[in-house]
Design a protein around this ligand. Structure first.
Ligand SMILES: Nc1ncnc2c1ncn2[C@@H]1O[C@H](COP(=O)(O)OP(=O)(O)OP(=O)(O)O)[C@@H](O)[C@H]1O
Ligand SMILES: [Mg+2]
Length: 248
């Protein structure tokens, strides 16, 4: 049997000040899954994300990507796993939108024509065609978020992780982003989406992971776990599961 795409084994993270950010977290992610990860503020979602491609180092435990340690090959991890952080500004590196989206594939040392093809395709997928020559700092918050997504898309990752992607987005902005994310999932990309807004996205997920105090509180089909979300302070949408989407 093939190993899972990603496997966290008893991963713990203690910050220098002694705070235990992650407490023995074990979970596997298979190719092509669509997972929503939710949990109260401070439950460890962002620090977990930072471990996935080696931006944070475990205090104990390990992370395997296709059966091999992430830390032993960071370049491989950064190619296969794309992270879209909440602060899109921090992820912008290029002088123009297309230069920015080209940054990842340039690091992969791909031929120039392949880089152009990928940049064009990922800007289109992120709804940014026509923005190629804009300066990134002149984009709106939602456009910056989509540019960050385009930048990781150009790497053709197998797993895309979004941290609170809907923050600050209006309904059309959220709907556009959901369109992009569900299309990527349909084309085979695994999605791990961190959010408190179950109402906006949960209809598309096959799996819900709930975190609390640095631990996995529950992990399973959304329909089985909805009963439990309010005990963690996550609002349970007042609509049936299949209506939990802001997709138009
Ligand atoms: N650099 C740091 N030093 C000490 N503690 C930290 C540091 N960064 C995060 N923490 C703590 O680790 C815990 C987990 O933080 P994390 O950012 O992963 O939470 P989160 O689940 O993403 O929360 P939110 O929903 O607010 O984004 C929190 O208690 C936080 O205060
Ligand atoms: Mg966070």
């Amino acid at each position: 049997m093939n190993p899972p795409l990603l496997q966290l084994r008893q991963l713990s993270h203690r910050f220098p000040n002694g705070t235990l950010g992650l407490d023995s977290v074990s979970l596997s992610i298979e190719k092509g899954e669509f997972i929503v990860l939710a949990g109260p503020n401070g439950s460890g979602k962002t620090i977990l994300m930072r471990h996935l491609n080696g931006l944070a180092r475990p205090s104990s435990g390990e992370i395997l990507l296709n059966g091999l340690s992430v830390l032993d090959n960071l370049a491989r991890a950064r190619r296969i796993i794309g992270l879209v952080f909440q602060e899109a500004d921090a992820q912008i590196v290029g002088q123009t939108v297309s230069r920015d989206a080209a940054f990842g594939p340039e690091n992969l040392k791909l031929p120039r024509e392949e880089i152009s093809r990928r940049v064009e395709a990922s800007l289109q997928a992120a709804g940014l065609s026509g923005f190629e020559n804009r300066r990134p700092h002149t984009l709106s918050g939602g456009e910056k978020r989509r540019l960050a997504a385009a930048g990781v898309l150009a790497m053709r990752p197998e797993l895309l992780v979004f941290d609170e992607p809907f923050t600050g987005l209006d309904w059309p902005g959220s709907a556009d982003l959901i369109e992009v994310i569900t299309a990527l999932h349909a084309s085979g990309t695994a999605i791990l989406l961190i959010t408190h807004d179950l109402e906006k996205i949960l209809a598309h997920a096959q799996r819900l992971i709930l975190m609390n105090k640095g631990r996995i509180h529950a992990d399973g089909p959304p329909s089985d776990l909805l009963e439990q979300v309010e005990e963690l302070g996550i609002r349970r949408p007042r609509c049936p599961l299949h209506e939990m989407t802001w997709k138009r």
